[in-house]
Design a protein around this ligand. Structure first.
Ligand code: PLP
Length: 430
């Protein structure tokens, strides 16, 4: 690490806990950044990296996209935040989302994914009058108490009581049930144990917080059937998959329509915006419609967030841009390339992913559920990402972390990264 970055990181540490504004930004070395444009980011000492971290997936078009930045600049020249009634920007953004997402008849805007999942859980509890939430080991849904359980658990704690923070009331932890992804029997068991008590089943349709577990179609269809039978609200948390894998999120690809959908991250290409959408029937439980579930947020629907979302969605819709064609093509090139390098070197690795996302797992055999990820060689996984950073391709240096390709990446970026990966993996194989 170089000197200007180190000085800034040390200054941050004196006045910001750990020197970072979100725990997972702390990655064992002091990083400080000067700029980010397109597919690259530059640290305070001029080190340039091809960025596959993409701010945990919040960057979809590339950093500082001019179309988005210009739209925000134009919007805030006219209006910032008024705080009563609505604006043209809010209506336009809501219409684009309702048109794009299959489960969306009505939508609210929030400032973060955590607020969206918080509102979704409260809405499900308010609408059903039931106390329990069912989530899956390995899925992350933000920092809200009811959902802060069993994300990345060590083998001895997986499926057991494993909140990822202190300060959470026992009641909140114990009212969140944990099932196994891609395993309907584990879901049915919990429904049998808590009849008419489960308000919502929430899942990342593709659990990207542990890389890329791909859902079995029968699992998603089964969840739809079980939740319908039990009068439980089905929530797809598409904060990562939404807008990234398809304009309508993963639900567009799998054809299974949940009752509620949360989304965020990529939809504003780096600007803070997220939301919750669902059927008019359920969304009408919010207080502004005369329901009983409180909805509040000073900055919700502000002009810069709405303008960023509108501009990003319009780029995604543009057939001339062909966003999805581009990132799916480059994603395939990267996954195939990495897999063939690993195979050639005799390294036990499985390159998982979908579309713009690629995830190197260091393990043998199939990956179906969280249980399989316990076989991942976490040291090799983190070491690969760390060594790729040293070569100039920024990959978040922890095991099970996904990498993202944006519209700003080119074949040349992918091929350069593959050449670097060949060096790194060859050294690791020695
Ligand atoms: N849901 C999922 C699937 C996420 O990955 C995240 C964040 O990583 C969240 C919700 C929370 O979003 P935010 O960090 O914007 O609060």
């Amino acid at each position: 690490m170089t000197s200007v970055s180190r000085r800034l990181a040390e200054a941050a540490e004196r006045i910001i806990p750990g020197g970072v504004n979100s725990a997972t930004r702390s990655i064992g070395a002091p990083w400080a950044w000067r700029s980010a444009h397109g597919a690259t980011m530059t640290d305070m000492d001029g080190g340039v990296y091809t960025d596959y971290h993409a701010a945990f997936g919040a960057i979809l078009l590339g950093h500082s996209d001019e179309r988005v930045n210009d739209a925000v600049t134009r919007a805030i020249a006219d209006i910032d935040l008024v705080g009563v009634g609505t604006t043209e920007l809010e209506v336009e953004a809501a219409q684009l989302i309702v048109d794009a997402i299959p489960s969306a008849e009505m939508v609210i805007s929030t400032m973060s994914g955590s607020e969206a999942t918080f509102q979704a859980v409260r809405l499900a509890r308010g609408a059903t009058g039931r106390p329990y939430i069912l989530k899956f080991q390995g899925c992350f849904h933000g920092s809200y108490d009811a959902l802060a359980r069993n994300v990345i658990s060590t083998p001895d704690r997986a499926w057991k009581r494993d909140p990822n923070s202190s300060g959470i009331l026992d009641d909140a932890v114990d009212h969140t049930l944990i099932a196994e992804f891609n395993d309907l029997a584990s879901v049915e068991e919990l429904f049998a144990l808590h009849p008419e008590q489960i308000a919502a089943v929430i899942l990342e349709p593709v659990p990207h917080n542990v890389g890329a577990l791909l859902p079995e179609q029968s699992f998603l269809e089964g969840l739809r059937e079980i939740t319908r039978k039990h009068g439980t609200v089905l929530i797809f948390d598409e904060v990562i998959s939404g807008f990234r894998h398809a304009l309508g999120g993963y639900q567009e690809l799998c054809g299974v329509t949940p009752d509620l959908t949360t989304f965020g991250k990529a939809m504003g290409n780096g600007f803070p915006v997220a939301g919750l959408a669902g059927s008019a029937e359920i969304m009408s439980n919010f207080t502004p419609t005369g329901g009983t579930v409180m909805l509040a947020g000073t900055f919700n629907g502000n002009a810069s967030s709405m303008a960023a979302a509108i501009a990003t969605i319009k780029v995604l819709q543009d057939p001339e841009v062909d966003f999805y064609g581009h990132v799916y093509r480059l994603g395939d090139r990267m996954r195939t390339g990495l897999q063939s390098i690993a195979d050639h070197l005799g390294i036990a690795a499985r390159i998982a992913g979908i579309g713009s996302v690629f995830v190197p797992y260091f393990l043998e055999g199939e990956v179906r559920g969280y249980r399989d990820l316990l076989r991942n060689n976490t040291e090799a996984n983190a070491a690969f990402h760390r060594r790729m950073i040293d070569k100039g391709s920024f990959m978040y240096p922890m095991a099970l972390k996904r990498n993202h390709i944006s519209l700003a990446h080119t074949e040349a970026h992918i091929d350069r990264t593959l050449a670097q990966a060949e060096d790194v993996l060859a050294a690791m194989a020695r």
